[in-house]
Design a protein around this ligand. Structure first.
Ligand code: ARG
Length: 491
């Protein structure tokens, strides 16, 4: 059949290069299934509003179900997009007098916006599942390592002793916020633009609320001009993904550092490592490096989306077609990265001895020693800071004698005269006591961490419930859509 789109208004046909440049068929694979759902819902509504006859509705729906079964491969890929190619296939199957009625009161502009939202909605639900799994893994490793000592860092310099649980629950917390952001963004994604048509809605008596409900959307993008032209939901999603990828890339960076011979805190399972083509001894943490690198894609996608949308006049502009591949790419990378990080973390081996061995390297207990001076000797913290700072210039941890000598220079008296004992110094320099004393909310003491993990698990249980209900809502809407389809076919 001749091109159902161009045959009226346009005389010449684009050559291959123009088709490749303008077609979205490649990216539209992503929205094929959604497009079928949109067509089904729109057709049912057209029949209910008596815009098309019941027998045409039946034939269109049957045709759409067949196209769904046949898959995207059967469609004519020389069309400029999936919507028109799908319609053309339908017309081939059921004839123009029937199939040609499906697009009444609709434009590809509201159609594509609806398809992207439906597809993205599914992906966000899957992403939330993956993120919850990663959080669970981080909590599991943390509960097994409540008293696994390690040095904590600031400026990547040894700072104070902490525990692996403290370190990993920090990442788990950040990932928890990513989950909240994803869920929040879902609310603005799951809205229906359908019925907006090209931008000015339509003179057909459409029921927008009905298609909204049939597709399981939570509400409408009401203004029909806004409905077809806004892609802020994509910018928001891409920003959520970029944020999540940044959090993951920070974890990946630590995996790389912790895998070095200098640190040797962890060893990745072999399946996440690569070796060298020349240096047979090498075990490289390539998977973590790639994840770190791929975070750049997520940032890039966000930047592209911002640039594509910037200064577009209302309403629909074809530039918007370029937005879709960006969100797809960012999503694919982000979802894969979450799962890969989960696997890397769950399977890595932890070298507790090396971690503990370095917990006090670089005089990480210096703060506790200064704090002890303040508590026992009643000197100002700033003075204690100076005394311990001078001691830190020396080699290793100081004795009471050395402390007294420096104190004499700084305040003109020894600290032992103010009650400091050898035992107190020893305790201050003990990394286990350093950690167990830090029992304020969120501190590294095993008790604090146990509480934190417990409340994190409660939050995860709650998040899982919310996610399950979002999935159930979506599933029952789609189930209902198909049973409405059956009803229309069974007449
Ligand atoms: N492929 C197009 C897109 O992704 C579909 C909408 C086309 N609309 C149009 N007026 N040419 O945006």
């Amino acid at each position: 059949m001749s091109d159902i789109l161009r045959r009226g208004r346009l005389a010449s046909v684009p050559d291959e290069e123009i088709i490749n440049f303008t077609s979205s068929m490649n990216a539209d694979k992503w929205i094929f299934k959604a497009d079928i759902l949109v067509d089904l819902a729109h057709t049912i509504m057209l029949k209910e509003r008596k815009i098309i006859k019941a027998e045409d509705c039946k034939k269109i729906l049957e045709g759409l179900l067949t196209i769904k079964e046949e898959g995207i491969e059967k469609l004519d890929h020389t069309y400029e997009d999936i919507h028109i190619s799908l319609e053309s296939r339908l017309i081939d199957m059921v004839g123009e007098d029937t199939g040609g009625r499906m697009h009444s009161g609709r434009s590809r502009n509201d159609e594509v916006a609806t398809c992207i939202r439906l597809t993205l909605r599914n992906e966000l639900l899957l992403l939330m599942e993956d993120v919850i799994a990663l959080r669970n893994t981080l909590n599991d490793i943390s509960s097994e390592n409540l008293d696994t000592l390690m040095p904590g860092f600031t400026h990547l310099q040894h700072a104070q002793p902490t525990t692996l649980a403290h370190h990993l629950t920090a990442h788990a917390n950040a990932i928890g916020r990513d989950l909240e952001r994803t869920r929040d963004c879902y609310k603005r994604v799951n809205l229906s633009p359908l019925g907006a048509a090209a931008f000015a809605s339509t003179g057909f008596d459409l029921d927008r609320e009905r298609t909204c409900k049939l597709l399981g959307f939570d509400g409408l993008i009401e203004n029909s001009m806004d409905a077809v032209s806004s892609r802020d939901f994509l910018i928001e999603s891409a920003s959520v993904f970029a944020n999540l990828m940044i959090n993951l890339s920070k974890m990946a960076e630590e995996i790389v550092i912790w895998s070095t011979s200098e640190f040797a805190f962890i060893e990745l399972d072999d399946r996440y490592a690569s070796t060298s083509s020349i240096m047979p001894q090498k075990k490289n943490p390539d998977t973590a490096e790639l994840l770190r690198g791929k975070s750049g894609d997520a940032i890039g996608s966000l930047m592209s989306l911002l640039a594509i949308c910037k200064a577009l006049p209302l309403s629909y502009n074809r530039d918007l077609q370029e937005a879709t591949p960006n969100i797809m790419q960012s999503l694919e990378t982000t979802r894969a990265s979450v799962r890969i990080m989960n696997g890397m973390m769950a399977t890595m081996s932890i070298n507790k001895e090396n971690m503990a061995g370095l917990a006090t390297a670089g005089f990480t207990t210096a703060t506790e020693l200064a704090d002890t001076m303040v508590r026992v000797c009643d000197i100002p913290f700033r003075t204690a800071h100076q005394i311990v700072g001078v001691l830190a210039r020396g080699n290793g941890e100081p004795t009471l004698g050395e402390i007294d000598a420096v104190a004499h220079n700084v305040i003109g008296e020894s600290l032992s005269s103010r009650g400091l004992t050898e035992e107190m110094v020893k305790e201050a320099l003990d990394p286990i006591l350093n950690v167990s004393k830090r029992s304020v909310i969120g501190g590294p003491s095993p008790d604090s961490m146990e509480r934190l993990i417990e409340s994190s698990r409660e939050r995860i249980a709650n998040d899982t419930q919310i996610l399950e209900s979002l999935i159930t809502d979506r599933d029952s809407a789609i189930e209902n859509l198909f049973s409405e389809v059956e009803k229309c076919i069974d007449v």
